[in-house]
Design a protein around this ligand. Structure first.
Ligand code: ADP
Ligand code: MG
Ligand code: ZN
Length: 497
Protein backbone atom coordinates (compact mmCIF):
# COMPACT_ATOMS: atom_id res chain seq x y z
CA UNK A 1 0.00 0.00 0.00
CA UNK A 2 1.14 3.47 -0.82
CA UNK A 3 2.22 5.61 2.18
CA UNK A 4 0.48 8.67 0.74
CA UNK A 5 -2.74 6.75 0.51
CA UNK A 6 -2.41 5.66 4.13
CA UNK A 7 -1.63 9.20 5.21
CA UNK A 8 -4.89 10.33 3.72
CA UNK A 9 -7.03 7.34 4.60
CA UNK A 10 -6.10 6.91 8.26
CA UNK A 11 -4.81 10.31 9.27
CA UNK A 12 -6.67 12.61 6.91
CA UNK A 13 -3.60 14.54 5.72
CA UNK A 14 -2.80 15.40 2.11
CA UNK A 15 0.94 15.85 2.23
CA UNK A 16 3.95 14.80 4.23
CA UNK A 17 5.83 17.25 6.33
CA UNK A 18 9.55 17.81 5.80
CA UNK A 19 11.51 14.65 6.51
CA UNK A 20 8.58 12.31 6.96
CA UNK A 21 8.58 10.83 3.49
CA UNK A 22 12.31 10.17 3.48
CA UNK A 23 12.19 8.36 6.82
CA UNK A 24 9.14 6.36 5.86
CA UNK A 25 10.67 5.27 2.57
CA UNK A 26 13.88 4.32 4.33
CA UNK A 27 12.03 2.19 6.86
CA UNK A 28 9.90 0.55 4.20
CA UNK A 29 12.97 -0.38 2.20
CA UNK A 30 14.28 -2.21 5.27
CA UNK A 31 16.75 0.34 6.55
CA UNK A 32 17.14 1.55 10.12
CA UNK A 33 16.24 5.17 10.66
CA UNK A 34 17.12 8.12 12.83
CA UNK A 35 14.74 11.06 12.79
CA UNK A 36 15.66 14.27 14.58
CA UNK A 37 12.75 16.60 14.12
CA UNK A 38 11.56 19.47 16.25
CA UNK A 39 8.66 19.09 18.64
CA UNK A 40 5.47 19.06 16.64
CA UNK A 41 7.38 18.06 13.51
CA UNK A 42 5.32 14.91 13.14
CA UNK A 43 7.57 12.08 14.29
CA UNK A 44 4.74 9.70 15.23
CA UNK A 45 3.58 9.36 11.65
CA UNK A 46 7.07 8.28 10.63
CA UNK A 47 6.51 4.94 12.35
CA UNK A 48 2.72 4.78 12.26
CA UNK A 49 2.51 4.92 8.48
CA UNK A 50 5.11 2.16 7.96
CA UNK A 51 3.34 0.12 10.65
CA UNK A 52 0.28 0.05 8.42
CA UNK A 53 2.23 -0.90 5.33
CA UNK A 54 4.49 -3.57 6.82
CA UNK A 55 3.34 -7.09 7.67
CA UNK A 56 3.12 -8.10 11.34
CA UNK A 57 3.32 -5.58 14.11
CA UNK A 58 5.23 -2.45 15.01
CA UNK A 59 6.43 -2.11 18.56
CA UNK A 60 6.85 1.44 19.83
CA UNK A 61 8.97 2.08 22.91
CA UNK A 62 7.76 5.19 24.65
CA UNK A 63 8.52 6.51 28.13
CA UNK A 64 5.20 8.12 28.87
CA UNK A 65 2.13 6.26 29.99
CA UNK A 66 -0.40 9.02 29.42
CA UNK A 67 1.01 9.67 25.98
CA UNK A 68 0.67 6.02 24.99
CA UNK A 69 -2.94 6.03 26.04
CA UNK A 70 -3.67 9.13 23.98
CA UNK A 71 -1.94 7.78 20.91
CA UNK A 72 -3.69 4.43 21.13
CA UNK A 73 -7.04 6.15 21.53
CA UNK A 74 -6.56 8.30 18.48
CA UNK A 75 -5.25 5.37 16.43
CA UNK A 76 -8.31 3.36 17.35
CA UNK A 77 -10.49 6.29 16.43
CA UNK A 78 -8.80 6.29 13.02
CA UNK A 79 -9.56 2.61 12.61
CA UNK A 80 -6.13 1.19 13.45
CA UNK A 81 -5.98 -1.72 15.88
CA UNK A 82 -3.53 -0.73 18.59
CA UNK A 83 -2.74 -1.38 22.23
CA UNK A 84 -0.30 -0.47 24.94
CA UNK A 85 1.62 -2.36 27.58
CA UNK A 86 2.58 -0.50 30.72
CA UNK A 87 2.14 -0.50 34.47
CA UNK A 88 -1.37 0.95 34.25
CA UNK A 89 -2.79 -2.38 32.99
CA UNK A 90 -4.26 -4.85 35.42
CA UNK A 91 -3.15 -8.48 35.28
CA UNK A 92 -6.31 -9.45 33.41
CA UNK A 93 -5.90 -6.61 30.90
CA UNK A 94 -2.31 -7.67 30.29
CA UNK A 95 -3.39 -11.22 29.59
CA UNK A 96 -5.99 -9.99 27.13
CA UNK A 97 -3.42 -7.87 25.32
CA UNK A 98 -0.99 -10.82 25.17
CA UNK A 99 -3.74 -13.05 23.77
CA UNK A 100 -4.66 -10.55 21.10
CA UNK A 101 -1.01 -10.10 20.25
CA UNK A 102 -0.59 -13.81 19.64
CA UNK A 103 -3.67 -13.96 17.49
CA UNK A 104 -2.29 -11.13 15.38
CA UNK A 105 -4.92 -8.53 16.15
CA UNK A 106 -2.72 -5.49 16.54
CA UNK A 107 -0.77 -3.44 14.03
CA UNK A 108 0.81 -1.08 16.57
CA UNK A 109 1.71 -1.78 20.18
CA UNK A 110 3.19 0.82 22.51
CA UNK A 111 5.33 -0.48 25.31
CA UNK A 112 7.12 1.10 28.26
CA UNK A 113 10.86 0.27 28.19
CA UNK A 114 10.79 -1.44 31.58
CA UNK A 115 8.16 -3.87 30.28
CA UNK A 116 10.38 -5.26 27.54
CA UNK A 117 11.94 -7.78 29.91
CA UNK A 118 9.05 -8.18 32.32
CA UNK A 119 6.11 -10.58 32.68
CA UNK A 120 7.29 -12.97 29.97
CA UNK A 121 7.12 -10.38 27.24
CA UNK A 122 10.47 -11.45 25.84
CA UNK A 123 9.29 -15.04 25.19
CA UNK A 124 6.03 -13.80 23.79
CA UNK A 125 7.78 -11.38 21.47
CA UNK A 126 9.90 -14.20 20.07
CA UNK A 127 6.72 -15.73 18.69
CA UNK A 128 5.53 -12.55 16.98
CA UNK A 129 6.35 -11.09 13.64
CA UNK A 130 7.81 -7.74 14.65
CA UNK A 131 8.62 -5.79 11.50
CA UNK A 132 9.58 -2.51 13.07
CA UNK A 133 10.78 -1.41 16.48
CA UNK A 134 10.35 2.33 16.91
CA UNK A 135 12.07 4.12 19.77
CA UNK A 136 10.33 7.37 20.58
CA UNK A 137 12.00 10.08 22.67
CA UNK A 138 15.22 8.26 21.87
CA UNK A 139 17.38 10.89 23.59
CA UNK A 140 16.38 9.11 26.83
CA UNK A 141 19.02 6.51 25.98
CA UNK A 142 21.88 8.96 26.24
CA UNK A 143 23.48 9.97 29.48
CA UNK A 144 24.30 13.21 27.73
CA UNK A 145 20.64 13.96 27.13
CA UNK A 146 18.69 15.73 29.79
CA UNK A 147 16.22 12.90 30.41
CA UNK A 148 18.44 9.84 30.67
CA UNK A 149 16.38 6.75 31.50
CA UNK A 150 18.38 3.65 32.36
CA UNK A 151 15.42 1.47 31.31
CA UNK A 152 16.10 2.53 27.71
CA UNK A 153 19.30 0.55 27.81
CA UNK A 154 17.17 -2.63 27.90
CA UNK A 155 16.04 -2.08 24.35
CA UNK A 156 19.21 -3.52 22.92
CA UNK A 157 19.05 -6.73 24.98
CA UNK A 158 15.48 -7.13 23.92
CA UNK A 159 16.35 -6.80 20.25
CA UNK A 160 19.24 -9.20 20.57
CA UNK A 161 17.09 -12.01 21.91
CA UNK A 162 14.56 -11.76 19.07
CA UNK A 163 14.85 -14.51 16.45
CA UNK A 164 14.69 -11.94 13.66
CA UNK A 165 16.05 -8.44 14.05
CA UNK A 166 13.33 -5.90 13.18
CA UNK A 167 14.06 -2.61 11.48
CA UNK A 168 15.02 -0.11 14.18
CA UNK A 169 13.88 3.50 13.99
CA UNK A 170 14.73 6.12 16.60
CA UNK A 171 13.13 9.53 16.99
CA UNK A 172 13.72 12.57 19.12
CA UNK A 173 13.39 16.32 19.06
CA UNK A 174 16.34 17.32 21.12
CA UNK A 175 19.65 16.01 20.09
CA UNK A 176 22.91 17.77 19.89
CA UNK A 177 25.51 16.01 17.77
CA UNK A 178 26.69 14.06 20.80
CA UNK A 179 23.26 12.74 21.79
CA UNK A 180 22.66 11.81 18.16
CA UNK A 181 25.86 9.75 18.11
CA UNK A 182 24.93 8.08 21.38
CA UNK A 183 21.56 7.01 20.03
CA UNK A 184 23.12 5.44 16.95
CA UNK A 185 25.89 3.76 18.89
CA UNK A 186 23.88 2.39 21.81
CA UNK A 187 21.00 1.14 19.68
CA UNK A 188 23.54 -0.15 17.15
CA UNK A 189 21.64 1.30 14.24
CA UNK A 190 22.83 -0.17 10.95
CA UNK A 191 23.54 2.45 8.33
CA UNK A 192 20.36 4.34 9.19
CA UNK A 193 18.58 6.86 7.01
CA UNK A 194 19.23 10.03 8.92
CA UNK A 195 16.89 12.96 8.72
CA UNK A 196 17.58 16.06 10.70
CA UNK A 197 15.01 18.68 9.87
CA UNK A 198 15.50 22.27 10.79
CA UNK A 199 15.22 23.48 14.32
CA UNK A 200 13.95 26.90 13.37
CA UNK A 201 10.37 27.59 14.40
CA UNK A 202 9.62 30.80 12.55
CA UNK A 203 6.25 31.36 14.19
CA UNK A 204 7.71 31.46 17.69
CA UNK A 205 8.63 34.83 19.12
CA UNK A 206 11.45 34.66 21.68
CA UNK A 207 12.03 37.19 24.39
CA UNK A 208 13.93 37.46 27.65
CA UNK A 209 12.82 39.98 30.27
CA UNK A 210 14.55 40.88 33.47
CA UNK A 211 11.79 42.51 35.51
CA UNK A 212 12.17 43.84 39.05
CA UNK A 213 9.01 42.02 40.10
CA UNK A 214 8.48 38.77 38.25
CA UNK A 215 4.98 38.17 39.49
CA UNK A 216 3.80 41.61 38.45
CA UNK A 217 5.37 41.09 35.05
CA UNK A 218 3.74 37.68 34.71
CA UNK A 219 0.31 39.10 35.48
CA UNK A 220 0.88 41.85 32.94
CA UNK A 221 1.79 39.29 30.29
CA UNK A 222 -1.28 37.21 31.11
CA UNK A 223 -3.61 40.21 31.10
CA UNK A 224 -2.52 40.88 27.51
CA UNK A 225 -3.38 37.31 26.55
CA UNK A 226 -6.90 36.80 27.80
CA UNK A 227 -8.64 33.70 26.45
CA UNK A 228 -5.43 32.28 25.08
CA UNK A 229 -4.04 28.93 26.08
CA UNK A 230 -0.53 28.77 27.51
CA UNK A 231 1.96 27.11 29.83
CA UNK A 232 3.81 28.76 32.70
CA UNK A 233 6.86 26.89 33.93
CA UNK A 234 8.20 27.27 37.46
CA UNK A 235 11.27 25.65 38.95
CA UNK A 236 9.57 24.56 42.18
CA UNK A 237 6.40 22.65 43.06
CA UNK A 238 5.61 25.14 45.79
CA UNK A 239 5.54 28.05 43.36
CA UNK A 240 3.38 26.04 40.98
CA UNK A 241 0.80 25.51 43.69
CA UNK A 242 0.88 29.11 44.91
CA UNK A 243 0.57 30.63 41.48
CA UNK A 244 -2.08 28.25 40.26
CA UNK A 245 -4.19 28.99 43.28
CA UNK A 246 -3.65 32.71 42.90
CA UNK A 247 -4.49 32.74 39.20
CA UNK A 248 -7.68 30.80 39.82
CA UNK A 249 -8.63 33.19 42.62
CA UNK A 250 -8.38 36.18 40.29
CA UNK A 251 -10.45 34.52 37.63
CA UNK A 252 -8.02 32.74 35.31
CA UNK A 253 -8.81 29.28 34.07
CA UNK A 254 -5.69 27.51 35.33
CA UNK A 255 -4.62 24.05 36.34
CA UNK A 256 -1.39 22.56 37.68
CA UNK A 257 1.09 19.76 37.16
CA UNK A 258 4.15 18.57 39.01
CA UNK A 259 5.70 15.27 39.99
CA UNK A 260 4.47 15.52 43.59
CA UNK A 261 0.80 15.22 42.63
CA UNK A 262 -1.15 11.97 42.56
CA UNK A 263 -1.08 10.21 39.20
CA UNK A 264 -4.87 10.59 38.91
CA UNK A 265 -4.75 14.35 39.42
CA UNK A 266 -1.88 14.77 36.98
CA UNK A 267 -3.76 12.79 34.38
CA UNK A 268 -6.94 14.79 34.95
CA UNK A 269 -5.21 18.18 34.85
CA UNK A 270 -3.29 17.28 31.73
CA UNK A 271 -6.52 16.21 30.03
CA UNK A 272 -8.25 19.40 31.12
CA UNK A 273 -5.48 21.42 29.55
CA UNK A 274 -5.26 19.40 26.34
CA UNK A 275 -9.00 19.56 25.80
CA UNK A 276 -9.21 23.27 26.61
CA UNK A 277 -11.28 22.85 29.76
CA UNK A 278 -8.50 24.84 31.36
CA UNK A 279 -6.59 27.47 29.44
CA UNK A 280 -3.45 27.85 31.50
CA UNK A 281 -1.16 25.09 32.69
CA UNK A 282 1.04 26.02 35.64
CA UNK A 283 3.74 23.39 35.91
CA UNK A 284 7.25 22.29 36.68
CA UNK A 285 9.33 20.79 33.91
CA UNK A 286 7.73 17.41 34.75
CA UNK A 287 4.99 18.51 32.39
CA UNK A 288 4.97 18.30 28.68
CA UNK A 289 7.17 15.64 27.12
CA UNK A 290 5.38 14.38 24.04
CA UNK A 291 2.29 16.49 24.66
CA UNK A 292 0.44 17.12 21.43
CA UNK A 293 -1.63 20.26 21.87
CA UNK A 294 -1.64 22.47 18.85
CA UNK A 295 -3.04 25.76 20.13
CA UNK A 296 -0.64 26.70 22.91
CA UNK A 297 -0.09 30.38 22.22
CA UNK A 298 2.44 31.19 24.90
CA UNK A 299 5.02 29.49 27.06
CA UNK A 300 6.33 31.60 29.90
CA UNK A 301 9.32 30.57 31.98
CA UNK A 302 9.19 32.12 35.41
CA UNK A 303 12.65 30.74 36.08
CA UNK A 304 15.57 30.06 33.82
CA UNK A 305 15.96 26.36 32.92
CA UNK A 306 19.35 24.70 33.30
CA UNK A 307 20.10 24.31 29.63
CA UNK A 308 19.11 25.64 26.27
CA UNK A 309 18.07 22.11 25.26
CA UNK A 310 15.56 22.06 28.08
CA UNK A 311 14.43 25.59 27.33
CA UNK A 312 13.91 25.01 23.63
CA UNK A 313 12.05 21.78 24.23
CA UNK A 314 9.71 23.42 26.73
CA UNK A 315 9.24 26.66 24.81
CA UNK A 316 8.74 24.62 21.64
CA UNK A 317 5.40 23.40 22.96
CA UNK A 318 3.99 26.74 21.85
CA UNK A 319 2.62 27.29 18.39
CA UNK A 320 2.56 23.73 17.11
CA UNK A 321 -0.29 24.67 14.80
CA UNK A 322 2.07 27.09 13.05
CA UNK A 323 0.33 30.27 14.20
CA UNK A 324 2.18 33.02 16.02
CA UNK A 325 3.09 32.22 19.61
CA UNK A 326 5.26 33.79 22.31
CA UNK A 327 8.06 32.26 24.33
CA UNK A 328 9.00 34.59 27.14
CA UNK A 329 11.61 33.93 29.77
CA UNK A 330 11.69 35.96 32.98
CA UNK A 331 15.28 36.07 34.10
CA UNK A 332 16.89 37.16 37.34
CA UNK A 333 20.39 36.87 38.67
CA UNK A 334 19.20 34.53 41.41
CA UNK A 335 18.00 32.05 38.76
CA UNK A 336 21.60 31.58 37.74
CA UNK A 337 22.70 31.04 41.33
CA UNK A 338 19.95 28.51 42.04
CA UNK A 339 20.67 26.62 38.83
CA UNK A 340 24.35 26.50 39.72
CA UNK A 341 23.49 25.20 43.19
CA UNK A 342 21.29 22.44 41.77
CA UNK A 343 23.93 21.41 39.29
CA UNK A 344 26.51 21.18 42.04
CA UNK A 345 24.46 18.61 43.97
CA UNK A 346 25.81 15.09 43.53
CA UNK A 347 23.13 12.91 41.89
CA UNK A 348 21.11 10.50 43.99
CA UNK A 349 20.86 6.78 43.33
CA UNK A 350 22.79 6.86 40.10
CA UNK A 351 25.78 4.59 40.19
CA UNK A 352 28.27 6.96 38.70
CA UNK A 353 31.99 6.78 39.21
CA UNK A 354 33.66 9.95 40.36
CA UNK A 355 35.04 10.42 36.89
CA UNK A 356 31.64 10.07 35.21
CA UNK A 357 30.05 12.47 37.65
CA UNK A 358 32.78 14.98 37.01
CA UNK A 359 32.29 14.75 33.26
CA UNK A 360 28.54 15.18 33.63
CA UNK A 361 29.05 18.04 36.02
CA UNK A 362 31.28 19.87 33.55
CA UNK A 363 28.79 19.26 30.81
CA UNK A 364 26.02 20.72 32.95
CA UNK A 365 28.08 23.77 33.82
CA UNK A 366 28.85 24.40 30.16
CA UNK A 367 25.17 24.11 29.33
CA UNK A 368 24.16 26.38 32.15
CA UNK A 369 26.63 29.00 31.00
CA UNK A 370 25.13 28.93 27.52
CA UNK A 371 21.69 29.32 29.02
CA UNK A 372 22.84 32.33 31.01
CA UNK A 373 24.47 33.80 27.91
CA UNK A 374 21.14 33.43 26.13
CA UNK A 375 19.46 35.45 28.88
CA UNK A 376 22.05 38.20 28.62
CA UNK A 377 22.88 38.38 24.97
CA UNK A 378 22.19 41.47 22.94
CA UNK A 379 22.23 39.41 19.75
CA UNK A 380 19.30 37.84 17.93
CA UNK A 381 17.83 35.19 20.25
CA UNK A 382 16.79 32.90 17.42
CA UNK A 383 20.27 32.96 15.96
CA UNK A 384 21.66 32.24 19.40
CA UNK A 385 19.50 29.12 19.71
CA UNK A 386 20.13 27.89 16.18
CA UNK A 387 23.88 28.43 16.55
CA UNK A 388 23.72 26.29 19.66
CA UNK A 389 22.09 23.44 17.78
CA UNK A 390 24.58 23.83 14.96
CA UNK A 391 22.24 25.31 12.39
CA UNK A 392 23.10 28.28 10.19
CA UNK A 393 20.98 31.39 10.64
CA UNK A 394 21.04 35.02 9.54
CA UNK A 395 22.19 37.68 12.01
CA UNK A 396 18.67 38.93 12.54
CA UNK A 397 15.26 37.30 12.52
CA UNK A 398 12.82 40.16 13.11
CA UNK A 399 10.79 37.97 15.44
CA UNK A 400 12.56 38.02 18.78
CA UNK A 401 13.00 40.43 21.65
CA UNK A 402 16.27 41.66 20.18
CA UNK A 403 15.31 42.06 16.54
CA UNK A 404 11.70 43.12 16.74
CA UNK A 405 12.27 45.94 19.19
CA UNK A 406 15.06 47.43 17.14
CA UNK A 407 16.70 49.81 19.54
CA UNK A 408 20.13 50.46 20.99
CA UNK A 409 19.48 50.42 24.72
CA UNK A 410 20.56 53.68 26.30
CA UNK A 411 23.09 52.16 28.62
CA UNK A 412 25.13 50.74 25.78
CA UNK A 413 25.62 53.97 23.87
CA UNK A 414 28.59 54.94 26.02
CA UNK A 415 30.13 51.52 25.53
CA UNK A 416 29.32 51.72 21.84
CA UNK A 417 31.27 54.95 21.60
CA UNK A 418 34.25 53.37 23.31
CA UNK A 419 34.26 50.53 20.82
CA UNK A 420 33.87 52.75 17.77
CA UNK A 421 36.56 55.11 18.92
CA UNK A 422 38.89 52.19 19.65
CA UNK A 423 38.48 50.92 16.09
CA UNK A 424 39.36 54.37 14.77
CA UNK A 425 42.33 54.86 17.12
CA UNK A 426 43.84 51.54 16.15
CA UNK A 427 43.58 52.50 12.50
CA UNK A 428 45.15 55.89 13.21
CA UNK A 429 48.09 54.17 14.83
CA UNK A 430 48.63 51.25 12.44
CA UNK A 431 47.17 52.56 9.22
CA UNK A 432 45.16 49.38 8.84
CA UNK A 433 42.13 47.83 10.46
CA UNK A 434 42.35 44.77 12.71
CA UNK A 435 39.95 41.96 13.62
CA UNK A 436 37.25 42.13 16.27
CA UNK A 437 39.27 39.96 18.63
CA UNK A 438 42.14 42.46 18.69
CA UNK A 439 39.75 45.36 19.25
CA UNK A 440 38.29 43.50 22.23
CA UNK A 441 41.77 42.81 23.62
CA UNK A 442 42.76 46.46 23.40
CA UNK A 443 39.58 47.54 25.14
CA UNK A 444 40.00 45.04 27.93
CA UNK A 445 43.66 45.98 28.37
CA UNK A 446 45.24 42.66 27.39
CA UNK A 447 48.96 42.28 28.05
CA UNK A 448 49.43 40.05 25.04
CA UNK A 449 52.86 40.38 23.47
CA UNK A 450 51.61 41.23 20.01
CA UNK A 451 49.54 44.13 21.32
CA UNK A 452 52.49 45.52 23.21
CA UNK A 453 54.82 45.11 20.21
CA UNK A 454 52.38 47.10 18.08
CA UNK A 455 52.26 49.74 20.80
CA UNK A 456 48.51 49.46 21.11
CA UNK A 457 48.85 49.76 24.88
CA UNK A 458 49.65 53.45 24.34
CA UNK A 459 46.24 54.20 22.87
CA UNK A 460 43.82 56.26 24.93
CA UNK A 461 41.25 53.49 24.52
CA UNK A 462 43.57 50.77 25.87
CA UNK A 463 41.96 49.14 28.92
CA UNK A 464 38.96 51.43 28.69
CA UNK A 465 36.57 48.52 29.21
CA UNK A 466 38.70 46.64 31.69
CA UNK A 467 35.69 46.04 33.93
CA UNK A 468 33.52 44.58 31.21
CA UNK A 469 33.71 40.89 30.35
CA UNK A 470 35.25 39.84 27.00
CA UNK A 471 31.97 38.18 26.04
CA UNK A 472 30.03 41.31 26.73
CA UNK A 473 32.41 43.39 24.60
CA UNK A 474 32.15 40.77 21.86
CA UNK A 475 28.34 40.91 22.08
CA UNK A 476 28.39 44.68 21.86
CA UNK A 477 30.61 44.49 18.79
CA UNK A 478 28.17 42.05 17.19
CA UNK A 479 25.35 44.33 18.10
CA UNK A 480 27.06 47.30 16.47
CA UNK A 481 27.65 45.14 13.43
CA UNK A 482 24.03 44.09 13.27
CA UNK A 483 23.04 47.74 13.56
CA UNK A 484 25.38 48.63 10.72
CA UNK A 485 27.77 50.81 12.76
CA UNK A 486 30.62 48.42 12.11
CA UNK A 487 31.29 45.99 9.32
CA UNK A 488 33.56 43.01 9.06
CA UNK A 489 35.44 43.25 5.84
CA UNK A 490 35.15 39.86 4.13
CA UNK A 491 38.61 39.32 2.75
CA UNK A 492 40.73 39.97 5.84
CA UNK A 493 38.01 39.65 8.48
CA UNK A 494 38.88 43.09 9.79
CA UNK A 495 36.47 45.35 11.57
CA UNK A 496 35.88 48.85 10.25
CA UNK A 497 33.34 51.63 10.69
P1 ADP B 1 6.27 15.11 17.37
O1 ADP B 1 6.16 13.74 17.98
O2 ADP B 1 7.30 15.21 16.30
O3 ADP B 1 6.44 16.19 18.39
P2 ADP B 1 3.60 14.54 16.51
O4 ADP B 1 3.92 13.27 15.85
O5 ADP B 1 2.94 14.48 17.85
O6 ADP B 1 4.91 15.43 16.65
O7 ADP B 1 2.77 15.43 15.49
C1 ADP B 1 2.38 16.74 15.82
C2 ADP B 1 1.08 17.07 15.13
O8 ADP B 1 1.28 17.23 13.74
C3 ADP B 1 0.01 15.99 15.29
O9 ADP B 1 -1.19 16.61 15.61
C4 ADP B 1 -0.02 15.33 13.94
O10 ADP B 1 -1.29 14.79 13.65
C5 ADP B 1 0.32 16.49 13.02
N1 ADP B 1 0.90 16.02 11.75
C6 ADP B 1 1.89 15.10 11.62
N2 ADP B 1 2.18 14.90 10.31
C7 ADP B 1 1.37 15.71 9.60
C8 ADP B 1 1.19 15.96 8.20
N3 ADP B 1 1.90 15.34 7.27
N4 ADP B 1 0.24 16.86 7.85
C9 ADP B 1 -0.48 17.50 8.80
N5 ADP B 1 -0.37 17.31 10.11
C10 ADP B 1 0.55 16.42 10.52
MG1 MG C 1 6.28 12.74 19.75
ZN1 ZN D 1 16.06 37.81 16.25
Amino acid sequence: MDPKYILKKYFGYDAFRPGQEELIHGILSGRDALGIMPTGGGKSLCYQVPALVLPGITLVVSPLISLMQDQVLSLKAAGVSAAYINSSLSGAQMKAVYRNLLSGQYKIVYIAPERLDYGGFGELAAKLQISLLAVDEAHCISQWGQDFRPSYLRILNFVEQLPVRPVLAAFTATATRQVQEDIERILMLRDPVRVVTGFDRRNLYFEVRQPKQKQTELLKILSQRKNQSGIIYFSTRKKVEELCEYLCSVGYSATRYHAGLEEAERRQNQDDFIHDNCLIMVATNAFGMGIDKSNVSFVIHYNMPQSLEAYYQEAGRAGRDGTKADCILLFSGSDAKIAQFLIDQPPENQNLTEEQWEALHWRDIRRLNCMIDYCKTTRCLRKFILDYFGQQAPERCDNCGTCAVDYVPKDITKEAQMILSCVVRIHDKLNYYVGAATVCRVLSGSKEKKLLQLGLDHLSTYGLMMNVSRERIRDLVSHLESEGYLITEREHQTLRP
